[in-house]
Design a protein around this ligand. Structure first.
Ligand SMILES: [Zn+2]
Ligand SMILES: [Zn+2]
Length: 186
């Protein structure tokens, strides 16, 4: 089980620590998954999703970031969400590399860190501020996951949706309102 908040001081400098956090073992990951599934009508049957993050934690003391901690990893999520047009549950798969670096607050005020990112070994790391020496992993993972969530999920790109007047599913049937809406208005 992985803690939601970790402390910089719990890690030895230049040691790499590897972790896996997932919804089946870590309640705070399960919270993020529940948020991905928030639009599902839970009174109907649905396939419970999964969210898993593999990452390594590395504390380094080096210029220009001084004493800092980096997280480099990868997440994968499978979950269901309703199609925005017809509400049919649709399978979603998202995955991405994640890169984060936590530095002392005073550093974030320097002009070179204005963009809130920093390149280390060819990768762009998002910069975050240490909060009393602590890192909130949940906040970080939540942000990284939701950056990758499709804004308008569709069960099929040609989904015809529901009739706006009577609510029938136009993928399955048709109704008199469609011809009305298609014809030019006078
Ligand atoms: Zn649909
Ligand atoms: Zn209709």
């Amino acid at each position: 089980m992985m803690k939601q908040k970790i402390q910089l001081s719990d890690y030895e400098v230049d040691e790499t620590y590897e972790f896996v956090a997932k919804n089946s073992t870590d309640p705070w990951i399960s919270d993020i998954l529940n948020e991905l599934e928030a639009d599902i009508d839970k009174s109907e049957p649905f396939k419970k999703g999964k969210l898993e993050i593999s990452f390594e934690v590395l504390r380094r003391v080096a210029k220009p970031l001084a004493d800092h901690l980096t997280i480099k990893g990868y997440f994968e999520a499978d979950y269901q969400t309703p199609c925005v047009r017809c509400l049919k549950l649709t399978d979603q798969h998202i995955e991405s590399d994640i890169f984060g670096a936590w530095v002392n607050e005073s550093l974030m005020k320097l002009p070179e860190f204005e963009d809130e990112c920093f390149r280390i070994n060819g990768h762009e790391y998002d910069l975050y501020t240490l909060d009393k020496g602590a890192i909130d992993l949940k906040e970080f993972i939540h942000e990284q996951v939701f950056m990758n969530v499709p804004f308008l999920p569709l069960h099929d790109e040609n989904c015809k949706g529901l009739c706006q007047k009577c609510g029938v599913n136009l993928n399955e049937t048709s109704c008199s309102h469609q011809s009305e809406m298609d014809s030019p208005q006078h």
